[in-house]
Design a binder for this molecule. Structure first.
Ligand code: BGC
Length: 463
């Protein structure tokens, strides 16, 4: 290494880069905490306010609408004010939203509070992965993005655990309010983060960008190369909207991103993530068991995501999706059948819980992480921000639709038919995978882009 380099040793530089990316990934943890927290709280909220399932659906889903708006705003905000300010703003909103939720005096005020929380989630959901991709060293970039996914599931799990604790005192206000604490810690953490070098370059602050990169990379040669690379990329700036209007092939990529996110949400995963205790209540369990099983669901979600992180680059996208959709379809179909036939014995109960867990494992190993991976892999460089922005918004809009319709579906179709509906959709997604999804394992992004832009069928733009 050049002697004039940094005062910091390579070890220190390594730890600093790891510290920065991990801290940003805490944005994912916040995202997960906010997704998971309502599951344990919703039945107590319904009880205290004496509201119908319809109003409750609005309380649950207002966060998702907020997140859709937040994700749409974030692309603009993070571009104009920077990644760091965007993360700090979302952290502040996390705190405000959590405190407002805990203090809610009416269903309407809770809906507004959760919308604010949603804005925070949406902004973090867009900004954190962008920031991580921009500051992480190239060799660990993929792993760091996966870490972010893992953080989401850990956040959901921790929220389930905390809900379990507070369920003994029926403390839904505690459940919702306690999130202000990690929110405040995240805010303090964000303040020590450096601004993204790529964004600094975009604002023509080359000297600042170079300073940050020195701290993150240490080696001056690496810094020089990376600055040159960013410079070169800026020569062909992001032209999302323009490209979308004028290039049919880019529209195909954006359309694929939208479809992939709709598919991810219509698997029904968030029915379980947002309403697990209610599903267990429907099986006849008391609050303690409802919450215990919900925590198990959260843990299995984390563990299965870990498996996916390891497997994805070995087995390939399509086989994993086939396996995942099959597991989800079978799990839900059998679960629906048990609901239909009535669960009298212990065996039925054990099988039902096993089927629900099979469904969660199927999702967490496949469509969970892969929807995000595939969406970003098919976007051409020039339109990647735009394509990812559109797919993130779609994800939240469809999370909202699923969250806002589950109880209505239960009340109109009955639980067996509701789960069969989702089982049928998962079976349909096997066809979707066959007909549209490309195999992108180990394929260079430039290669995918070239084929896409040449008009090759979507399913053939990979290997
Ligand atoms: C999905 C979320 C879901 C989470 C569950 C994510 O990939 O986008 O909607 O709640 O996985 O782990």
């Amino acid at each position: 290494m050049n002697a004039t380099v940094a005062q910091a040793s390579p070890r220190q530089v390594h730890w600093y880069a790891a510290f920065v990316t991990t801290l940003a990934a805490v944005g994912g943890l916040m995202f997960g905490l906010d997704v998971g927290v309502i599951a344990g709280a919703e039945q107590f909220i319904q009880h205290e306010f004496g509201i119908t399932d319809g109003v409750l659906e609005h309380i649950v889903s207002s966060m998702m609408w907020g997140a859709a708006v937040g994700a749409a705003l974030a692309a603009w905000f993070a571009g104009r004010f920077g990644r760091k300010r965007s993360l700090a703003f979302s952290a502040a909103l996390f705190v405000v939203g959590a405190l407002l939720s805990a203090a809610a005096w009416s269903p309407a005020s809770l809906i507004i509070a959760r919308f604010v929380l949603g804005l925070a989630v949406g902004i973090a959901a867009f900004t954190a992965p962008v920031y991580i991709a921009e500051v992480a060293p190239r060799q660990t970039r993929g792993a760091m993005i996966s870490t972010y996914q893992l953080m989401i599931t850990i956040g959901i799990f921790v929220a389930f655990l905390s809900d379990t604790g507070f369920s003994y005192i029926q403390g839904w206000r505690w459940m919702l309010g306690i999130i202000a604490v990690p929110g405040a810690l995240f805010m303090v953490g964000v303040l020590v983060l450096p601004e993204s070098p790529r964004w600094l370059m975009l604002k023509h602050r080359t000297a600042d960008a170079s300073l940050v990169l020195h701290k993150l990379r240490g080696d001056p040669d690496l810094v020089r190369d990376e600055l040159a690379e960013i410079d070169q990329q800026m020569a062909s700036p992001q032209q999302g909207w323009h490209l979308f209007l004028h290039n049919r092939h880019f529209r195909r990529a954006v359309g694929f991103g939208i479809a992939m996110q709709i598919v991810q949400q219509l698997t029904g995963i968030n029915v379980v993530m947002y309403y697990a205790p209610r599903i267990f209540a429907g099986m006849g369990y008391d609050t303690t068991l409802q919450m215990t099983f919900t925590a198990v669901v959260g843990l299995i979600n984390v563990l299965a995501t870990l498996i996916a992180v390891v497997w994805v680059d070995r087995i390939g996208r399509k086989p994993i999706l086939y396996g995942g959709f099959t597991a989800m379809a079978v799990g839900l179909a059998v679960f629906g059948w048990l609901m239909y036939a009535g669960m009298t014995g212990t065996t039925e109960h054990v099988v039902a819980i096993a089927m629900l867990l099979l469904f969660v494992v199927g999702f967490a190993c496949s469509a969970g992480p892969l929807a995000w991976t595939l969406c970003s892999e098919v976007q051409p460089l020039k339109g990647r921000d735009f394509g990812m922005g559109v797919s993130t918004v779609t994800n939240w809009v469809f999370t909202g639709i699923v969250g806002a319709s589950f109880l209505t579906l239960l009340n109109t179709l009955g639980s067996a038919h509701t789960f069969w509906l989702y089982a049928a959709l998962n079976a349909l997604f096997l066809l979707f995978t066959f007909a549209l999804v490309p195999e992108t394992k180990g394929v260079m992004l430039e290669h995918i882009e070239r084929k896409l832009m040449r008009g090759v069928r979507l399913r053939d733009i990979g290997v």
